[in-house]
Write a protein that binds this ligand. Structure first.
Ligand SMILES: NC(=O)c1ccc[n+]([C@@H]2O[C@H](COP(=O)([O-])OP(=O)(O)OC[C@H]3O[C@@H](n4cnc5c(N)ncnc54)[C@H](O)[C@@H]3O)[C@@H](O)[C@H]2O)c1
Length: 297
């Protein structure tokens, strides 16, 4: 494989894990940054599991697995990332202040040509970029979960993002084996806005007792050919992330995005989704859904 440009992924949670895997699997030496060392350790294990599954299925040679892993480094500080990295993808917690602070620190460390992308689900790229000295190099690069299976990257143009940044990010997205679409900045872009509304409505229907969770999910799978129902998808995304996105869309786009009280209740109870083993449904240690475990509204 031809040596590729070096990349930095900031945030080693659900999405950072998947994005770092996509980077190393396509030949990019990649530094994964998280303030929590345990998040880095878990991300490495999860990346190994994705690569091992590829080897088991015959899609990846064992040597390619080892080569990919050798391209991955973890660190708890941005002061330790390669100064010549071409692309930094920020995928930390969905919080404007955190994202802006990462951007500022990244600009201190990286060269002027580096592109700073954010994987925010819904926040304003323009507002995130307002903290940067070079907002023309800031862009939205919105991946989907699980990253190793989902082909789309939504590329979001902020007010100041320049054309060369868009062109470079489209090329990198293709190099990562993904398809890109370009979206002008709007709350929730073209994807989260629709998906948040659907997930919220599904929770309202569950709370009203319209149908059981399993039947709401089966309805969307079998009637409309969605690969996954909206409640299953919320469990996969994480209801904490979902709630933050809905609150933002409610503030920016209005009443139809008011979060369903059942989502707030779920988050308060700690039922955040698959990442903690329970959300609308409960999951066993292998990730399998426990039959009859769905909450009632
Ligand atoms: N979960 C999804 O399905 C999904 C899909 C697309 C986009 N997103 C977006 O991706 C981002 C991350 O989401 P996630 O689901 O991976 O969250 P997560 O909670 O699984 O992971 C977030 C990680 O960021 C780390 N972090 C927090 N502050 C940091 C800092 N200053 N520096 C470095 N690391 C820091 C945390 O320790 C944590 O490990 C969010 O902006 C979210 O909206 C999520």
């Amino acid at each position: 494989m031809v040596a590729q440009e070096s990349m930095v992924v900031v945030g080693a949670g659900l999405m950072g894990t998947g994005i770092a895997h996509a980077c190393i699997a396509t030949g990019h030496s990649t530094t994964l940054v998280d303030t929590r060392a345990e998040a880095l350790a878990r991300a490495r294990l999860n990346i190994e599991a994705i690569l091992d599954a590829g080897v088991r299925l015959g899609k990846l040679a064992p040597v390619a697995r080892d080569d990919a892993l050798a391209r991955l480094r973890g660190t708890t500080t941005l002061d330790d990332v390669p100064v010549d990295a071409a692309l930094l993808i920020e995928t930390a917690t969905e919080d404007l202040a955190i994202k802006q602070a990462i951007l500022r620190a990244a600009e201190e460390r990286l060269g002027d040509q580096a592109v700073l992308a954010t994987n925010t689900s819904a926040l304003s790229i323009t507002e995130i970029a307002a903290a940067a000295r070079r907002p023309e190099r800031v862009i939205g690069m919105h991946f989907f979960n699980p990253v190793h299976k989902m082909k789309l990257v939504e590329i979001v143009r902020g007010l100041e993002t320049d054309d060369s940044t868009i062109a470079r990010v489209r090329a990198w997205t293709a190099a990562l084996g993904k398809t890109s679409i370009e979206v002008n900045e709007a709350p929730g872009f073209a994807t989260s806005r629709m998906s948040a509304l659907m997930g919220n409505e599904a929770m309202c229907m569950l709370a009203e007792g319209v149908a059981r969770a399993e039947d709401i999910d089966t309805a969307m799978r079998m009637a409309f050919n969605h690969p996954m129902g909206p409640l299953e998808l919320g469990d996969l995304t994480g209801w904490d992330t979902r709630l933050t996105v809905l609150q933002y869309l409610h503030r920016t786009l209005g009443e139809k995005f008011r979060p369903c009280p059942l989502i707030i209740k779920l988050v308060k109870s700690g039922r955040l989704g698959r990442k903690v083993g329970r959300g609308v449904y409960a999951y066993d240690a292998t990730g399998g859904r426990i039959a009859g475990s769905a909450i009632r509204g």
